[in-house]
Design a protein around this ligand. Sequence first.
Ligand code: PGA
Length: 308
Amino acid sequence: MKTRLHTRQTTFRQLEIFKAVAERLSVTEAAHALHLAQPTVSTQLAKLSEALGVQPFEQIGKRLYLTDVGEELLASTRELFDVLDRLEMRLAQRAGLSIGRLRLGVVTTAKYLVPALLGPFCKAHPQVEVELQVGNRADIRQRLQANLDDLYVFSHPPHELDIEAQWLTDNPLVVIAPQDHPLARRRRLRWTDLAGERLLMREPGSGTRHAIERHLAQQGWALGRTLTIASNEAIKEAVLSGLGLAILSRHALTHMAPGNLVELPVQGFPIPNSWYLVTPRGKQSSPIALAFREHLLVALNPRRSQPA
Ligand code: PGA
């Protein structure tokens, strides 16, 4: 027997509208993103609920929540659109076109790596639409768990999930200070020399913070005064203004750095760290995702041969 999802009562358009609302939990924002009028979105949602005989949302006060059945509908809708995306790409490939969507989820430090490599890729594949999500480790881990993107870049792949991780390149973490800081004149420092300094740390959920805490614990070093700032760029600015020192990716230091920040030669640093390309194990990658994966690996490891 056919379900109501198979009948003419439910359309892909309604599911697309549902997905847009469910991912934003806002009819207004979804209408804006889809370039539709708000009443159109509400009407299509009402038709979908009626056709399915269930309520995917509930409204409490002004806020919209997904019901359990709404969560399930969202997961299935994503799978459905993934299948359609792959079909579209396979059809486009048959026609000799390199077309489709590439969804990437990367941790904030990888924004010093990935966008630079996206440029040449997009030039070679001008019809590819790229969606790049940048977040801290906890945000990107959540996206990975919900299978929202094609490829992920992490420094600390979440091995507790069923994933495949491939080493990309080094991402050492270094101690940074303003150029005119008294410690910047020293040729050698120990961790204890930093004892009087405030350390600007990333927020809980950040992979950088996690790596620092683990390193200090391994060395048996104590963390003194700290201040939490949830952005590498804001930390750089704060270090520059004399608020304290920080431990950041060396790439964050050199990337568009104001020049007047320096790396301190502290014994036991840099903290060894690397970036990895991560996918859920067994994920059926789209041709575009496979092409970008190869592009990344070749760009970062030139000895890897280009596929014929
Ligand atoms: P994050 O990214 O500190 O923004 O989580 C860091 C990483 O894991 O490299």
